[in-house]
Design a protein. Structure first.
Length: 260
């Protein structure tokens, strides 16, 4: 395939990526590294980070892997401090850490709801807040991985809908409050992306074909689709884009989730 972006568009940048060991955000971490950025990846389990670290390094990039739970502010502060110790600064923060499962609202416990809100929304705030001083110095930027579930209503997803609505609010509020420091804050809302943990959890295999027919572009998204959107938003091509959550879903949310 022809290259879409010029070489080394993120040369000299340092990115801190939560959830950067696996799935969609793992793809984003690898793509930012291929574009020249040095990468720190963080999530709870070091065994989810090591293979991505090795992949990035075997492609000639630099990667630092650090175990930290985004719900634990002190652990995130420590992960950010160690990234700065290692690479000297942070220019880009990507918030991809998230949790999801299907559950009817009437069966969901208060702790089940709160757990997902804590990981996705409070975790995103924690990382942005802990990285603020570094982003202020670098006139850096934040990219929050959201979803489209809350644009309409998605049954069995009340917890994630509330959490991602919170993420979008964080994107908009910080873009306004921190724009004056030269910090851009944007998001990406992926639609259904094939070969991911999220899709495994949300879509029983027999429904895949039915959903494909409900996607205007008639296909599932690929991790590469999100990587390309992330490269665009983190590059200088997007230097006047702030406070936007870019929907990358083939038009899916416009038709809703109903299969009827
Ligand atoms: N259905 C209903 N409730 C569930 C659930 C499910 N499938 N899975 C977890 N919960 C509830 C638990 O019962 C618990 O509530 P309770 O104390 O009232 O019983 C609460 O959620 C917390 O569960 P716990 O297993 O302690 O959370 P955790 O912090 O260890 O893990 C999760 C977080 C639940 C989000 C877990 O699924 C996870 O680690 N996910 C990461 C990977 C992922 O979701 N990827 C897809 C991203 S789109
Ligand atoms: P994934 O591979 O499971 O990614 C989630 C990541 O978050 C994992 O690397 C996990 O690593 C990390 N994580 C979970 N809880 C954490 C915590 N408390 N602290 C730190 N890290 C934590 O799933 P995915 O499907 O690729 O999803 C990636 C992102 O895209 C998520 O934000 C998701 O909401 C969003 N999204 C996905 C889809 C889709 O179709 N898949 C659609 C819309 C939006 P550890 O287990 O090591 O912590």
């Amino acid at each position: 395939m022809n290259k879409i972006f010029a070489d080394n568009i993120l040369q000299g940048k340092v990115a801190f990526v939560t959830g950067g060991g696996t799935g969609i955000t793992g793809g984003v971490a690898r793509a930012l590294a291929e574009a020249g950025a040095k990468i720190a990846i963080a999530s709870r389990k070091i065994e989810n980070l090591e293979p991505m670290k090795q992949l990035i390094e075997s492609n000639g990039g630099e990667c630092f892997a650090v175990a930290a739970d985004v719900r634990d502010y002190a652990a995130i502060e420590n992960a950010i401090a160690r990234t700065v110790e290692r690479f000297g600064k942070i220019d880009i923060v990507v918030n991809g850490a998230a949790g999801n499962f299907l559950c009817k609202a009437e069966e969901l416990s208060s702790n089940g709801f709160g757990t997902v809100v804590d990981i996705d929304a409070k975790g995103t705030f924690n990382v942005c807040r802990a990285a603020f001083e570094e982003l202020k110095k670098s006139k850096g930027q934040i990219l929050n991985i959201s979803a489209t579930l809350h644009y309409l209503a998605t049954p069995m997803q009340i917890h994630v809908s509330a959490a991602k609505a919170g993420v979008d609010a964080i994107t908009r509020n910080l873009s306004v409050e921190w724009g004056g420091y030269g910090i851009r804050v944007n998001g990406i809302a992926p639609g259904p992306i094939e070969d991911t943990e999220g899709m495994k959890r949300l879509l029983p295999e027999p429904l895949k074909e039915k959903l494909t027919r409900r996607i205007p572009l008639q296909r599932f998204g690929r991790i590469k689709d999100i990587e390309n959107a992330a490269l665009f938003l983190t590059s200088d091509a997007a230097s006047y884009i702030n406070g936007v959550t870019l929907v990358v879903d083939g038009g899916q949310w416009l038709l809703g989730t109903s299969f009827s």
